[in-house]
Design a protein. Structure first.
Length: 263
């Protein structure tokens, strides 16, 4: 396996396993202070939106330009971008939103609705696994073509996977009282991300020509933008004040923009 593919798989694995980190944080982090979570989610959204609409879309058009004219490349990347959004929308249509406000209830409140909370945790684990699969493919595809883009993308996805791990482990832990069970389900959800990366590797090595990689890049950008607007930003606003979200978004855009200049 080429080094670039190995690095891409490692980055995808680390991004996915941050779900487990979120599961562990459930046992140590105060749940009544959501300021850091709000800023972190805003930061992740800022990174993903900026890198998608600038670097990834630019790379997509350049790859497509190897096989098509500049105008045709722009048209293909445009429709591929919204095709990615359509795919993410379909996933959300069939799988309900995977983080609910009552997952952050206090232990006392959880005692009164143990069965509901445990069921919510299990459904959350399934939904996160489904959502993580295309994220894993996106992380791998970007990292395998340009590691300087792949690293910030992996970090951004890792940041947003941490609260997903919390959302899985918290209700299961409070319902069952078993830390191992809570961590196990967060692990199962996170592992779907590197599975998506492996599928991306298989596609690259078998049936995907450079022009198709360019179209996939544009679709990945669409998926990442959708995730940012549909999941990250609403959650950031839910668990923090508006100016916390704005601080996170602008910090994320600034950091990813600066890193792209320096790297």
């Amino acid at each position: 396996m080429d080094n670039k593919y190995l690095i891409a798989i490692i980055l995808t694995l680390l991004a996915g396993m941050s779900t487990v980190l979120g599961g562990f944080l459930t046992f140590f982090v105060r749940r009544d202070n959501m300021k850091a979570l709000s800023i972190g989610l805003g930061f992740s959204a800022g990174v993903m939106i900026y890198v998608s609409l600038t670097a990834i879309m630019l790379d997509a058009q350049q790859m497509l330009g190897m096989s098509f004219s500049a105008h045709t490349s722009s048209v293909i990347s445009f429709f591929a971008f919204f095709a990615g959004i359509a795919v993410a929308t379909l996933i959300d249509y069939f799988i309900p939103d995977h983080i609910e406000t009552d997952l952050f209830s206090s232990p006392a409140e959880c005692d009164h609705r143990i069965h509901k909370i445990k069921r919510a945790g299990l459904i959350t684990a399934i939904a996160v696994a489904v959502h993580n699969f295309p994220e894993g493919m996106a992380t791998f595809l970007v990292s395998s073509q340009d590691v300087t883009l792949g690293i910030p993308v992996a970090i951004a996805i890792a940041i947003h996977n941490i609260p997903e791990g919390i959302a899985i482990a918290l209700p299961i832990f409070h319902a069952s009282g078993q830390k191992r069970q809570a961590i196990f389900y967060s692990f199962l959800s996170g592992i779907s991300e590197p599975v998506g990366g492996v599928l991306g590797f298989i596609l690259l090595k078998t049936i995907m020509p450079p022009s198709m990689v360019g179209a996939m890049f544009a679709a990945v950008a669409g998926i990442m933008v959708y995730i940012s607007f549909d999941t990250l930003l609403p959650l950031a606003r839910e668990y923090g004040e508006n100016h916390h979200v704005i601080i996170g978004i602008l910090a994320g855009m600034f950091m990813i923009g600066l890193s792209l200049i320096l790297l």
